[in-house]
Each structure stands twice: as structure tokens, then as C-alpha cells.
Design a binder for this molecule. Structure first.
Ligand SMILES: Cc1ncc(C[n+]2csc(CCOP(=O)(O)OP(=O)(O)O)c2C)c(N)n1
Length: 382
């Protein structure tokens, strides 16, 4: 006999927006909040951040469309989360490393990956997963939480090199904080004082599991205390606030003051406005009014209003940016779709020396290609 009662499914998360204790710089109307300061970003840098956000939103729309047409594989949308992604990458220096998840398209692009490369890997081409020589970003992680100790290990490795002033920033979701990897990564980083910035993009849902069912604590950030690292809770829909707290964490990771610990845990509070992925139907597990208090928290509109208030952006410039964004994405899609590769490359780099099994599979594929020609494979893909 079971003594365990299945919990009733929760159809509404209890999140409110913005949380009272989260760091904010901008009000939703785009004005600076009392006592808040504009971070040390030039007008030009702010415009670049804005363009990056507009690009991210359009990439999301275009990628969703491409997936619906069968032109790319399953896609994880980021609507509502772009502000946090772009701002954390803006806070990194080029030599710092980004360790992203499957939802961090904008974070990767803002740290230097091209949208063409991102589309290439979303189309299944191995080339899109390669870590380029000139961009310090790892490919996306699909297993939840595994990147946390790995990012920490990368950062720990840097401390053993000379010079070692490089930080590693690692993204993960609220669901990842329920994995052992999250706790091991934080603990190790703290004990060995490793230059890592752990960013939990708390979008309130881990597919159908709401935040309240994920943890019995009120917040994620309070877990930082258990590991003796600094914890900061920030409004993830306020790009300037996210930039400010992340930049401070990056500085501390690389140049800690006397007695200061290098790692930081940032809880970036936001809401997943769309589906978990293009294979998900959120109406199956969350009510229509869930997250409605997040709806006027659009990170792009928030920064846009600020830039208009400050006279940094006007309609002409906004139109110019919108046109540039369309051109950039059209070119990225054309180039990604023109990718050609040899399918046998999927057998390379699995092991240093291919196993007998892999050799057999490669020989099978060669045989099929000889008998049927490559066009037969293209037809299967259509
Ligand atoms: C180790 C592991 N367990 C389960 C899954 C299946 N899975 C894919 S996404 C997901 C939810 C992740 O939620 P969260 O960490 O909050 O990130 P989000 O997708 O909301 O950004 C799960 C359980 C997985 N990918 N890896």
C-alpha cells in the first residue's frame, strides 16, 4: 500500500513580478528608479545592447517559424528572457568564458557567436557545435545541471595557469538547482575560491514543474549562504540591473578585494512567456492567467523607453536598427541553409581512435551511399 499521496497538479506559479528584494535600475516606464545609477556604459554601448535585444527577439520569431517549416530542429524560445541573457554577456570581457544552456541563443550571440553558426547547429550540423578559436563560448548543454561543475572546473583550471585573470559565467534554470551537480559545483567553487559566476535564469517553470514544486525555499539565491558565496537577486527583465550585478561579479571573480570570495550566485528573476520548446504545449499545465503580472515587464521595451527618455534613441535610429536586424537574420539564414557537409563527419571525434562498432557503422553508411546515392538521403530528410 502506498503511503504517498500524489500532489495535485499545480496550474499556476505563485511568482509575482518584480520580487521586492531584487536589484532594479529601471522602472518599467524606462526611468531610473530613485537612488539607482546608470551602469558605466556609454551611449554607444547602450545602443549596441538595445540592437542585440531587438535581434534576439526577431531571431526567436524567425527560428520558431523555421522550426515549424521543418527547416531547423526543436527550438527553445527565449521571449521575455532576452534582457538577462544579453546583459550577462555584455558584462563579460572577451577573454571570459560563457557556458550556456539550450535556451541561451542571445547570450551566445552577444558573446561573439554568429547567428549563422547557431542556426547551423540547430540544423544538426556538427560544425555548428565546434568551439571557435576566437569566441570563448562552449556549445549548449542539454543535460540539466551538468554544466555547473564543468564551468567551475574550467574556471579552476584557469587559476592554475599564469596569468589566470579569466572568469567563467555559467547559465542554468531553476530546474537545474534540483540536481546534485548544482550543489557540487557551488560547493567546490566556494571551497577552492574559483572565479565562476553562476547565473540561475529563474523563469518560474522547469517544463511543467512550477518553481514552488522545485524547492521549499522562498528563493534560489538564499542557497548561496549555504556555500559561503555571495548571492544576488536581480530583476531579470531589467537589462541594466542584470548588467550591473553581473559586471560586479565578473570584477570580483577576477580581482577580488582582500578576503573577498570569487564566486557569485545570481538569481535572475524572469518569466518564460512562451513554450518550453517548440515541442511543448504550456496550456496543458499552466493556466491562462499565469504570469500575467510579468506581461508589462518586457526587457526590450524597458530599455527602449529609457533610451528614448535620454535622447539616445529616436524613431529614425530605431527604424535603422530594425532594418539592420532583418538583413542580419536573412543573411544568417541563407548562409546556414547553404551549409554542405559530408555525413561521415559524424563519426569523427567521438573517440580518439574509432571503435570497431563505429568503423562498422561507417562502412554501412558508405555502402548505402554507394548503392542509393546521396539524393536518397535528401529525400528522407524532406
Ligand atoms: C539530467 C536531465 N534530466 C531531465 C532532462 C529533461 N529536461 C529537459 S528541460 C527540463 C527542464 C529544465 O528546467 P530549467 O532548468 O528550469 O530550465 P528552463 O528550460 O526552464 O530554462 C528537463 C527536466 C534533461 N534534459 N536532463
Amino acid at each position: 500500500m502506498s503511503t504517498y499521496d500524489e500532489p495535485e497538479p499545480t496550474h499556476r506559479s505563485e511568482s509575482t513580478s518584480p520580487p521586492d528584494d531584487a536589484v532594479q535600475v529601471l522602472d518599467t516606464d524606462g526611468t531610473l528608479l530613485p537612488g539607482a545609477q546608470r551602469p558605466a556604459l556609454t551611449d554607444q554601448a547602450l545602443l549596441e545592447m538595445y540592437e542585440e535585444l531587438v535581434l534576439a527577439r526577431r531571431f526567436d520569431e524567425r527560428a520558431t517559424g523555421l522550426q515549424r517549416q521543418g527547416r531547423i530542429d526543436t527550438y527553445a524560445p527565449m521571449r521575455g528572457q532576452e534582457g538577462s541573457q544579453v546583459a550577462t554577456s555584455f558584462a563579460l570581457d572577451d577573454e571570459d568564458w560563457l557556458v550556456p544552456t539550450y535556451r541561451d541563443h542571445a547570450a551566445k550571440h552577444a558573446h561573439g557567436r554568429s547567428y549563422e553558426a547557431l542556426l547551423t547547429h540547430l540544423s544538426g550540423y556538427r560544425e555548428g557545435y565546434a568551439v571557435p578559436d576566437d569566441v570563448n563560448a562552449l556549445p549548449e548543454y542539454i543535460p540539466i545541471g551538468t554544466q555547473v561543475p564543468q564551468a567551475m572546473g574550467l574556471a579552476w583550471g584557469f587559476t592554475m595557469q599564469d596569468p589566470h585573470d579569466r572568469a567563467v559565467l555559467c547559465h542554468f534554470g531553476d530546474g537545474a538547482t534540483s540536481t546534485g551537480d548544482f550543489h557540487e559545483g557551488l560547493n567546490f567553487a566556494s571551497v577552492y575560491d574559483v572565479p565562476t559566476i553562476f547565473v540561475c535564469n529563474n523563469n518560474q517553470w522547469a517544463i511543467s514543474t512550477p518553481f514552488e514544486a522545485q524547492t521549499a525555499t522562498e528563493t534560489i539565491v538564499e542557497k548561496a549562504d549555504a556555500y559561503g558565496v555571495e548571492g544576488v537577486r536581480v530583476d531579470g527583465t531589467d537589462p541594466l540591473a542584470v548588467y550591473a550585478v553581473t559586471r560586479a561579479a565578473v570584477e570580483k571573480a577576477k580581482h577580488p578585494a582582500e578576503g573577498e570570495r570569487r564566486p557569485t550566485l545570481i538569481e535572475s528573476c524572469q518569466y518564460r512567456l512562451g513554450a518550453h520548446s517548440t515541442a511543448d504545449d504550456p496550456s496543458a499545465y499552466r493556466s491562462e492567467d499565469d504570469g500575467e503580472d510579468w506581461e508589462d515587464q518586457d526587457p526590450i521595451e524597458r530599455l527602449e523607453r529609457y533610451l528614448y527618455h535620454e535622447g539616445i534613441l529616436d524613431d529614425d535610429l530605431a527604424d535603422e536598427i530594425a532594418d539592420r536586424v532583418e538583413d542580419c537574420l536573412a543573411t544568417a539564414i541563407d548562409r546556414a541553409e547553404a551549409t554542405e557537409t559530408d555525413p561521415t563527419r559524424m563519426f569523427e571525434h567521438v573517440y580518439e581512435e574509432p571503435t570497431d562498432r563505429l568503423r562498422e557503422q561507417l562502412a554501412d553508411l558508405d555502402g548505402l551511399r554507394e548503392r542509393h546515392g546521396d539524393d536518397a538521403f535528401a529525400e528522407v530528410g524532406e
